[in-house]
Design a protein around this ligand. Structure first.
Ligand SMILES: Nc1ncnc2c1ncn2[C@@H]1O[C@H](COP(=O)(O)OP(=O)(O)OP(=O)(O)O)[C@@H](O)[C@H]1O
Length: 285
């Protein structure tokens, strides 16, 4: 980090100040269908994310990416296997974890400022300090002057910036992101990817990032995990050795090493995507 350190809010109970890794071992999740049958969504998933590492998960639709994330967050309990965050087995809502989803999880009745300061307030930060911290974060994401707006008065990209400030303000050890930029236009998406990388490089939480966009996965990540068709398991893991800081994600896409990696990952993914498509097309016939 440079001289521009983020101000830290008090750590939540059990929250270490430094990043923690994520260790997923033999993770299996079975759901009960409405007909009372057992459906296996993910099977024997083993993935590790080193402390401060940026790891993406890519796989065909319905293969269990979000299910994997739900077990890491502690929102759901695994049917078998385990998830460790730092040295603790996840057995409930994990402290020090922030989320970003495709849909903006903002409170529509709260101003931008109040949305962003919610996190510190919930951790017990005094209101004046939480306000200052939120103002600082709004400046960092380029939204100084928009404090009093409401989410519906912002563009999609601006709402993402608010969501990003709200996710990062508590300086999380773990950031779970489920297609956070999936609904954005191409230009706004590239801007947000650059913003995310810049902030991640300052704070270095461990990131688990779900995307369907292979270019996005390669441009942002240290590691890309490919999942198989449902029930999802790990097919391949690619280490992305592109130098950091990555700079502009739109420019890096033209580099030879980027194109090599993207080609290798697509080779691994395409069979799974074809298989998933054939399955749904067959089911619809
Ligand atoms: N609570 C649940 N009850 C029953 N089945 C579920 C439940 N949650 C997820 N599933 C099923 O588990 C499978 C995996 O879903 P999941 O959302 O994890 O896939 P995904 O890879 O994230 O999909 P996509 O890429 O389309 O977002 C799907 O078939 C889904 O219908």
């Amino acid at each position: 980090m440079g001289g521009n350190h983020p101000r830290r809010t008090p750590a939540a109970p059990g929250q270490a100040d430094e990043p923690a890794g994520i260790e997923i071992v033999g993770l299996t999740k079975r759901y009960l269908t409405p007909k009372g049958e057992t459906f296996t969504a993910i099977k024997d998933v083993t993935v590790s994310v080193e402390p401060g590492q940026f790891c993406s998960i890519v796989g065909p639709t319905g293969c269990g990416k979000s299910t994997t994330l739900a077990q890491v967050s502690g929102l759901e309990r695994p049917s078998a296997g385990s998830v460790k965050v730092g040295s603790h087995i996840v057995d409930g809502i994990t402290s020090g974890v922030s989320y970003m989803f495709q849909a903006d999880a903002l409170f529509p009745w709260k101003s931008v400022l109040n949305n962003v300061m919610m996190g510190p307030i919930l951790l017990g930060t005094p209101k004046r300090e939480a306000t200052e911290l939120a103002m600082d974060w709004l400046r960092r994401v380029g939204l100084a002057g928009f404090e009093d707006r409401y989410p519906h008065q912002l563009s999609g990209g601006m709402r993402k910036r608010v969501a990003m400030a709200a996710a990062l303000i508590n300086n999380p050890r773990i950031l779970l992101m489920d297609e956070p930029f999936g609904a954005l236009d191409v230009q706004t998406k590239a801007i947000m990817q650059n913003e995310l990388l810049k902030l991640w490089e300052e704070l270095r939480p461990s990131v688990l990032f779900i995307t369907h966009d292979l270019d996005e996965a390669v441009a942002l990540s240290d590691r890309v995990v490919i999942m198989t068709t449902s029930p999802g398991s790990v097919k391949d893991i690619f280490d992305i050795d592109l130098p950091r800081p990555r700079g502009n994600v739109q420019e890096i896409r033209h580099e030879k090493r980027f194109l090599d990696l993207q080609g290798q990952i697509w080779d691994s993914l395409k069979d799974e995507v074809t298989r998933a498509y054939a399955r749904t097309a067959g089911a619809a016939a």
